[in-house]
Design a protein. Structure first.
Length: 82
């Protein structure tokens, strides 16, 4: 993973790893949604939906980790998701 700056501490690197992984999980969810919408094959759509929902679980796990390690993000999410 490329970083914008050199000399980054390990905590910042881990936060960046988790955030980038979250971006990738959300992107995968969007791609699966597009494929589900585009296919006319209901059995394929069912498989793709299953895979998409796995990505949602992954995104939720990353959010859980991030809120445990980024107090400001936790505060914002707690306020907004009431």
């Amino acid at each position: 993973m490329a970083y914008m700056e050199e000399g980054i501490d390990e905590k910042t690197r881990d936060l960046s790893r988790a955030r980038q992984s979250l971006v990738e999980e959300l992107q995968a969810i969007m791609w699966y949604d597009e494929r589900i919408s585009a296919t006319k094959d209901k059995s394929l759509a069912k498989v793709l939906a299953y895979n998409r929902d796995d990505e949602k679980e992954h995104a939720a796990l990353l959010l859980e980790w991030l809120t445990a390690h980024d107090p400001a993000l936790k505060k914002e999410l707690d306020e907004k998701l009431k």
